[in-house]
Write a protein that binds this ligand. Structure first.
Ligand code: TXA
Ligand code: MG
Length: 314
């Protein structure tokens, strides 16, 4: 399956396939998602099967408007302020499921919670509006691989398994959404993203950072380290490359084989990260990946989070 450029007719066809239980890959501002109607168990089962995703790892439900949330999750006083400030956008909220929540149980992996977000991409919002259903969508990569930020990545990884791929160009944000757990009194970041505690705290007070290192039960199972691992070993804070390594630079690094952002712009680096890891991850050309230091600043936190997981996760 190659990717379709998007027009009104393509959206209508994609919406029909989704309502009939199909699986359609679509762009969001973060990464490409592998979408299915979240209310249909059979459709959702296909997502788990196509990705080879363990059934204990829950999926994010994408909504077309913030007011769709009320029909899915129990009310929480913090949701309004957060959605007004950050939706559509790369913030996923984990909430308690309503008792009559229409979302398939497998989407929540048996938990009594549900993760929701409104994506900020015209193709995603047209698709949600046309389908009129919440869409369950994990990143459109086989479980354990780097997330796709181009339609061509999806075509290469899953092209023969999905009903349709909508090509909306490269993802502009490039890192998966921040996952924020609102099921406890104190909000907790389960997965760091471009929206961090500094942006969230003025609206909802203290925000904790979930740490895998604390040895807690896995709160967001998708965070298992191997989920970000390239095939080649990856080394952080590299000043230069050892013999056959690819040097992935940040800032003005003349010897770099690839550069996340030659002018040292962290947002640009975030947008380029996954495509660069994919391009450099070529065992025929290189023996390993060496990445320049990335400042722990704004999107730098989430970039370093993904890089550390990629470095540990083999
Ligand atoms: O940016 C994104 O979030 C992209 C685009 C497509 O929206 N989606 C994405 O989905 O990254 P996925 O499935 O690759 O990652 C979803 C993360 C996983 O870490 C999963 O464990 C967590 O969200 N998650 C989903 N539902 C949850 C829940 N009810 N409780 C805790 N964590 C949950
Ligand atoms: Mg993923």
């Amino acid at each position: 399956m190659s990717a379709h450029p998007v027009d009104t007719e393509t959206i209508t066809t994609a919406a029909e396939r989704l309502r009939a239980g199909g699986v359609v890959a679509f762009p969001t501002e973060t990464v490409y998602g592998l979408g299915a109607d979240a209310t249909q168990e059979n459709a959702v089962a296909r997502i788990f099967e196509i990705k080879g995703r363990p059934s204990f790892n829950p999926l994010i439900v994408h909504v077309g408007r913030p007011d769709w949330v009320a029909g899915l999750a129990k009310p929480d006083g913090r949701v309004d302020a957060l959605t007004r400030a950050f939706w559509p956008g790369p913030l996923t909220l984990v909430l308690r499921r309503r008792d009559d929540c229409p979302i398939a149980a497998s989407v929540s992996a048996g938990l009594d919670t549900i993760a929701v977000r409104q994506p900020d991409h015209p193709v995603a919002s047209q698709l949600l509006t046309a389908t009129k259903r919440p869409l369950a969508a994990p990143s459109a990569n086989p479980s354990g691989h780097v997330s796709p930020t181009w339609a061509a990545h999806v075509a290469a990884d899953l092209g023969d398994k999905v009903d349709m791929i909508l090509d909306g160009g490269p993802c502009t944000s490039g890192l998966e959404s921040t996952v924020l757990d609102l099921t406890q009194h104190t909000a907790r970041i389960l997965r760091p993203g471009v929206i961090g505690a500094a942006e969230l705290e003025p609206l909802i007070g203290d925000v904790e950072l979930h740490s895998d290192a604390k040895g807690e039960a896995v709160a967001s199972p998708g965070q298992l380290a191997k989920h970000y691992a390239p095939a080649l070993p990856l080394r952080l804070d590299a000043v230069d490359a050892k013999e056959d390594e690819a040097l992935i630079g940040f800032g003005d690094i003349p010897t770099a084989d690839f550069n996340l952002s030659p002018f040292g712009d962290l947002e640009e680096a975030a947008a380029n990260l996954f495509a660069t890891l994919r391009a450099a991850d070529d065992p025929e050309r290189f023996s390993g990946l060496a990445v320049s230091p990335i400042p722990e600043d704004g999107p730098g936190h989430a970039i370093n989070d993904r890089l550390r997981r990629a470095a540990q996760g083999r």
